[in-house]
Ligand binder design. Structure first.
Ligand code: ZN
Length: 174
């Protein structure tokens, strides 16, 4: 396993539409292992492959609160079905938009169809944080981040801040 670099907004890569995976093989499993390790390292609860620069429709998540009891979840080619008409609001963060929180309204429940780590077809009913997180991650696969949900003014402020952050990150001290 390896920790990969997470791409931070603003970055055109995050706008890419990710491609469906033909079959889940060792390459995809290795990618999922890396994604999970990267997500744990960054202390996130969800990560889409495009956030480490891989345009494949793959998401990993772990919503367990207890660090000792990890509950990794893997979603390949996830599709949202049966969205609830009722929306619920949640303050969302994102590993690609560090230190920012954005209020987003999404269907409060939904059903997901996907392939798991072993390529088996599965269905999952989602509500609460699970519904929020999976919908957030699937939007990454369609090139959308939480910056979609803020005003133009707030977006430009956030982009300015993150650009500064990234410029500092690239600095090398010898
Ligand atoms: Zn995100």
């Amino acid at each position: 396993m390896a920790i990969r670099k997470i791409i931070i907004e603003p970055d055109p890569t995050l706008k890419k539409i990710s491609e469906p995976v033909d079959r889940v093989g060792t390459e995809e499993q290795k990618l999922m292992d890396d994604m999970l390790e990267t997500m744990y390292y960054a202390k996130g609860i969800g990560l889409a492959a495009i956030q480490i620069g891989v345009p494949k429709r793959i998401v990993v998540m772990d919503l367990s609160k207890d660090e000792k009891k990890k509950e990794p979840m893997y979603f390949v080619n996830p599709i949202i079905k049966n969205k609830n008409q009722d929306l619920s609001k949640f303050e969302e963060g994102c590993l690609s938009v560090p230190n920012q929180f954005v209020e987003v309204s999404r269907p409060s429940t939904c059903e997901i169809e996907y392939l798991d780590y072993n390529g088996e077809k599965r269905n999952l009913k989602c509500d609460g944080l699970l519904a929020v997180c999976i919908q957030h991650e699937i939007q990454h696969l369609d090139g959308i981040t939480i910056l979609r949900y803020v005003s133009n003014l707030k977006r430009s402020m956030i982009v300015k801040k993150l650009s500064k952050l990234k410029a500092n990150e690239d600095r090398v001290v010898l």
